[in-house]
Ligand binder design. Structure first.
Ligand SMILES: [Zn+2]
Ligand SMILES: [Zn+2]
Length: 161
């Protein structure tokens, strides 16, 4: 395929006990404006890069902290055991095969702007969304929004879903 597959992106926590490397571009990047993400980030939204967990190389050990989620099914948040910074989540739907990397933990977070804004129904009113980036009041269907290459990768991860 193209040279994009060779790109990689590194990140980690504040204390550097945990470092990680994404071995390719993410499948898709969510900017989530739901109240849960606002609470968990202490901010206005969460920025999550979705990627196959086996494309993320990890140095150091992580703590998987079971945390409630909007769906009611819970999530696991991967945190540094020392400084406790949250690095990624696994949600109940896709489980540990899919990592939602917190884009702000990348060394170059500018590399992953949102592909879509979700749950804008609870967006904080001062946040002005840019023209040209899709935005939905709640969630969406990947089949309608993701690029073909990402859908093919998803099919390999979850055959027949
Ligand atoms: Zn740390
Ligand atoms: Zn959210």
């Amino acid at each position: 395929m193209g040279t994009c597959a060779d790109e990689s992106f590194e990140g980690g926590c504040d204390c550097r006990a945990v470092r990680y490397r994404m071995r390719s571009r993410p499948l898709f990047v969510h900017c989530c404006h739901c109240r849960w993400c606002q609470r968990e980030s202490g901010s206005a939204f969460a920025l999550n890069a979705l990627i196959e967990a086996d494309r993320v190389e990890v140095q150091g050990t992580i703590d998987l902290v079971h945390t409630p989620s909007c769906s009611g099914k819970g999530q696991e948040i991967a945190r540094c055991p020392v400084c406790r910074v949250a690095l990624w989540s696994h949600y109940a739907g896709a489980g540990r095969k899919l990592s939602f990397i917190r884009v702000g933990t990348l060394d170059d977070p500018d590399a992953m702007p949102p592909d879509i804004h979700i749950f804008t129904a609870s967006k904080q009113p001062w946040v002005i969304l840019p023209e040209g980036t899709p935005a939905v009041a709640e969630y969406y269907r990947a089949s309608e929004r993701w690029p073909a290459e990402s859908l093919a990768r998803r099919e390999r991860l979850f055959p027949g879903r």
